[in-house]
Design a binder for this molecule. Sequence first.
Ligand code: BJW
Length: 224
Amino acid sequence: MKVVVLTGAGISAESGVPTFRDADGLWEGHRVEDVATPEAYDAQPFVVHRFYDARRKALTAVAPNPAHHALARLEESLGDDLLVVTQNIDDLHERAGSTRVLHMHGELLSAVCRACRGRSRWDRDLADLPPCPRCGTPDLRPDVVWFGEIPYEMDRIYLALESADLFVSIGTSGAVYPAAGFVQQAATYGARTLELNLQASEVTTLFHETRHGRAGELVPAWVD
Ligand code: BJW
């Protein structure tokens, strides 16, 4: 059975990583749509850098929770038949042991150079304007996908959705496309669809089945 799992901020919430659109959401005082854009970065690069630098530092203080571990166990039994597509830029899936993970919105531990477009593994602050390790230009930005930019790995994701028997969405509000459209795509190609989320997402009616609760409980219960 081929399974595609889409994860969002809700799967990392119980690890202590704030979500975007809940009451205690990440962009306090800012709507995410007003900040996570290339235009916002052009206007206020240091505000954006400081924000991502702080989130990168915070990664060292968090750990995977039972939901991440359950998906790693699922990979042990399904192997290549499981693909995790995450909108999250943290590395908690990998730290739990998952290896088949696509980061469609990029990664905190990566930087991309605006001069040469090269991507480099990155664990330091970017607000200090370090030079690009490839071309030497001090024009590195967080390697993340902002509104108006094209998410990573879309060809591989759509191919996987076409051949999936089961599509499971975990901890995402369904407010951001193209990820919010995956349920429809998968169902069109014949997959059964399941939503595991704290509350109904914006696209909840498109799923064959929905279960509401905390990912740390729902995901192990579904996997085991
Ligand atoms: C729990 C829980 C617990 C809490 N247990 N659950 C179609 C219609 C309208 C607009 C568009 C459209 N197509 C494209 C657009 C434009 C735009 C868009 O979607 N705009 C919307 C505002 C409508 N999309 C784009 O611009 C995208 N690019 C694009 O479409 O390019 C064109 C193209 C596509 C495909 C092929 C070719 C071309 C890019 C979107 C980039 C989004 N970037 C961000 C920032 C990334 C970097 C960073 O992390 O800082 O991605 S924004 C932010 O939102 C981040 C997230 O990945 C994303 C989704 O958020 P998520 O994960 O759903 O979090 P929350 O907080 O919203 O929800 C958490 C959920 O968890 C809640 O439901 C809680 O209840 C739940 N929860 N605790 C279980 N313990």
